[in-house]
Design a protein around this ligand. Sequence first.
Ligand SMILES: NC(=O)c1ccc[n+]([C@@H]2O[C@H](COP(=O)([O-])OP(=O)(O)OC[C@H]3O[C@@H](n4cnc5c(N)ncnc54)[C@H](OP(=O)(O)O)[C@@H]3O)[C@@H](O)[C@H]2O)c1
Length: 343
Amino acid sequence: MEKIVIHRPGGFNRLQFETFPDPLPGENQVVVQTKSIGVNYADCVVRMGYYASAKKYIGWPITPGFEFSGVVSVVGKNVGDLAAGTRVFGVSRFDSYASHVVVPRSQLYFLPEHISFEEAAGFPVIYLTAYYALYMLVHIFPGSTILIHSAAGGVGSALLQLAQLGDWRTIGVVGSSHKVEEAKELGADWVIDKSKENLWQMVEKYAPQGLDAVLDGNGVTTLREGYTHLRPTGKLISYGYHAMFARENSILNHLKLIYSYLRTPRFHPIDLHNNNRSLASFNLSFLFDRGDLLEIAMRSLYSWFTEGKIRMPKVTVYPFREVSRAHRDLQSGKTVGKLVLNL
Ligand SMILES: NC(=O)c1ccc[n+]([C@@H]2O[C@H](COP(=O)([O-])OP(=O)(O)OC[C@H]3O[C@@H](n4cnc5c(N)ncnc54)[C@H](OP(=O)(O)O)[C@@H]3O)[C@@H](O)[C@H]2O)c1
């Protein structure tokens, strides 16, 4: 088998290809021969060496990757409902950037013929993130107005699609004009192009009463204003910090990170109380031990996905060998939708 291995933190050239003996499954485990692998911004953060759960669970060297699709290669003891050749997709805590992935049976889902390997590989992480934020972490009432940053990106697209199911009004924010159409097609009621418009003036225009929720994957650049623009009872959900990082790799990246960390707003619980607003955060990669939550979330998401009630955003496919280019593009901040690697 072939894996992408990172031996120490750094730039795109740290993504090395290495060969290993084919893996064997343990009890209740399955080996999947991968066809497509989802690429997430988190994988870039793992590569740069700043991802807390990567340090906690793996250390160095590490093979990144949280999601994949493919065909079953070998099944372990006690796995009765899968056979070699079955089309599946699934999630893993790291290790998906490989030609073969070994996971517990509970982390695999049947892949119907009408859904492609590319779409399925990119589905779980963005939708689990969006589902956890909107359905498990906070309760948002029908008719609410929610602000979604990076709305044409992976997680942003999933948030827009789920918000439509929930009958919520959405304001999608994009950082470049070429993303506006995609955000509209994904269901945003209003799109703010912050490369051309004043973000917070436009928010005040579309939500004069204030926002019911803000879904923020940026971090330092927007958290403070997002909080200020909540109406009483509003919720700020902070799930990512990509604005801390430079859009290219250089020594500046490390300096920018420290500066951004120091400038990230701190919220005092007594202020939250007095303003009647909430702040919530989470990291999916620490949630793998909560198989019960994963099962509840995937049960709904799987049926909506396979029945066509939610769809994948635009998927851009890169050959497995061009993983560095995929990371470079994702870090540039210019991509739309989801990136996947194909074997
Ligand atoms: N908490 C969790 O469990 C969890 C799970 C999955 C993802 N996430 C987080 O969710 C966010 C989105 O992840 P994704 O994989 O779906 O990525 P993505 O949204 O497809 O791509 C990142 C987007 O972020 C914006 N951006 C702003 N500053 C940036 C910078 N300095 N460098 C690169 N992009 C920048 C760009 O969009 P605009 O310019 O249009 O804003 C860019 O397209 C990330 O912060 C990720 O870490 C968190």
